[in-house]
Design a protein around this ligand. Structure first.
Ligand code: URP
Ligand code: ZN
Ligand code: ZN
Length: 471
């Protein structure tokens, strides 16, 4: 199947130009003003006059079907990737979370088996590394080699939750990752400080959602980020800070970058749009995520970081729970399953900000496509409109306005924190490897057609993929 996309404005991270795109099966094969015989060779001709032609976004931080306490996040790998597709996200990266006593490799294989038959866009995985306090296993570091050999290039470390690593464990993980040319991602919050605050508030009977925020305020994240950066500096390893939400954390990233530390910061749309005032609302529990949404000052600092280049990526941390599950903690914030939704809103939200003139479209493509692709080794096939790249393409109408509602999104959720948010411009057509998976409000993808993206598959030496299929 050959598709010609004509007359659009192609936007990449560092350029925009009016040109046509020729897609042969799943790959962009030609880009130019007068592609020879293009109309004759095309099975389908699409007129993109007035539209932006963008690379599909890459959301490198989702949690589909994640067990959290007594709940499991509401989107599975089908509904989650369906929602992603309908918002112009054509690749997601989710997490492998070993159960107590389970090896990293067993957990990886199990996660692949769960996801493969459900995904309708391409996906990759990071592996979460538990500290020994989680299940008593002390040799997780040794398992990292097998994981890297299986094609995974990124690990996640937690500084809090039951999964947390001690500073010594975290440091050893950073050293090993450096040796293996892998990347450590970190959930950076100071565990000791937040536990003290939580215990104090509970003892005082201060248990509403506002105290979720007050138990994990700006300085809890800042201290976590500072510690993580110190350990990265000591080991000379690269570090990727997930869901950065605070001005203080961002300052620490700025100082580290000036000192030459190899650190990347990710933030999420919920931290760019809302403020901690949401936790004072009667439905404050619906916004509970960790780290919590911070102050107006932090939100402004994050926008400055987006504009200055200090922030490298925007991803969602998509982890929705139902209204009923959120209500479990109405009178005790420690019982609220942590996480909010956004995979379908990420790209439209950021593009809408560009449409309003707050940032450039090129910068949105850099944050949501090109940088994630480079950092997580998905480039050059992903993250750009280029000859040889996968035909993951979004046709975006800057004049089509959209008002988000739980009624018009494609997640398996019964509410959205994005309800009633008005967006200027919206994706009209989304292609995954050359096939239309979304058009004008309708999903048209198929479960199981997304491909697992393994770094192993880049090897020309005939390596085999994890579940036995050749790359
Ligand atoms: O509240 C959140 N973010 N839930 C998902 C797990 C995590 O910490 O990323
Ligand atoms: Zn986290
Ligand atoms: Zn997360």
């Amino acid at each position: 199947m050959n598709t010609l996309i004509k007359n659009g404005l192609i936007v990449n991270a560092n350029s925009r130009n009016s040109a046509d795109i020729f897609v042969e099966n799943s790959i962009i094969s030609e880009i130019g003003k007068n592609i020879p015989d293009a109309e004759k060779r095309a099975d389908e001709i699409v007129d993109a006059t007035g539209l932006l032609v963008l690379p599909g976004a890459i959301d490198v931080h989702t949690h589909f079907e994640l067990p959290f306490g007594n709940a499991i996040s509401a989107d599975d790998f089908f509904t989650g990737t369906r929602a992603a597709a309908c918002g112009g996200v054509t690749t997601i990266m989710d997490f492998v979370t070993p159960e107590k006593g389970e090896s990293l490799m067993d957990a990886l294989v199990a996660r692949r088996k769960l996801a493969d038959s459900k995904v309708c866009i391409d996906y990759g995985l990071h592996v979460s590394l538990p500290g020994s306090g989680y299940d008593g296993i002390t040799n997780r570091i040794e398992e990292m080699l097998d994981v890297v050999a299986a094609g995974i290039t990124s690990f996640k470390v937690f500084m809090t939750y039951a999964f947390r690593a001690t500073d010594d464990e975290f440091k050893a993980m950073l050293s090993k990752a450096k040796e293996l040319d892998a990347l450590i991602m970190v959930h950076a919050e100071d565990h000791k400080k937040l536990e003290e605050l939580r215990a104090k508030f509970i003892a005082e009977g201060k248990t509403d959602a506002w105290h979720h925020y007050l138990s994990r305020p700006e300085n809890v994240e800042t201290k976590g980020v500072e510690t993580a950066i110190k350990l990265a500096k000591e080991t000379n390893a690269s570090l990727y800070i997930v869901h950065l939400a605070s001005a203080g954390g961002l300052k620490a990233v700025e100082r580290a970058k000036k000192e030459g530390v190899h650190v990347f910061a990710e933030t999420c749309p919920q931290y760019l749009h809302f403020t901690n005032d949401v936790y004072k609302q009667s439905d404050g529990q619906n916004y509970v995520c960790s780290p919590p949404i911070k102050s107006k000052e932090s939100r402004e600092a994050l926008w400055e970081g987006i504009k200055s280049g200090l922030i490298s990526t925007v991803a969602t941390d998509h982890c929705p729970f139902t209204l009923e599950e959120k209500l479990w903690g109405k009178d005790d914030f420690t019982k609220i399953p942590n996480g909010v939704m956004g995979v379908e809103n990420l790209y439209p939200y950021m593009l809408s900000e560009a449409n309003k003139g707050n940032i450039s479209f090129e910068r949105v493509v850099e944050l949501c496509c090109a940088n994630p692709a480079k950092i997580f080794k998905l480039a050059p096939k992903k993250g750009q409109i280029a000859v040889g790249a996968d035909a993951d393409i979004v046709l975006y109408d800057p004049c089509k306005d959209f008002q988000v509602s739980v009624k018009n999104i494609h997640s398996n959720t019964d509410y959205t924190i994005w309800e009633n948010v008005k967006l200027n411009g919206y994706p009209v057509t989304v292609y995954s490897r050359g096939k239309i998976i979304y058009k004008n409000g309708e999903f048209s993808g198929t479960a199981g057609t997304g491909k697992y993206l393994s770094n192993h598959c880049k090897s020309p030496s005939g390596h085999f993929d994890l579940l036995g299929e050749s790359c």
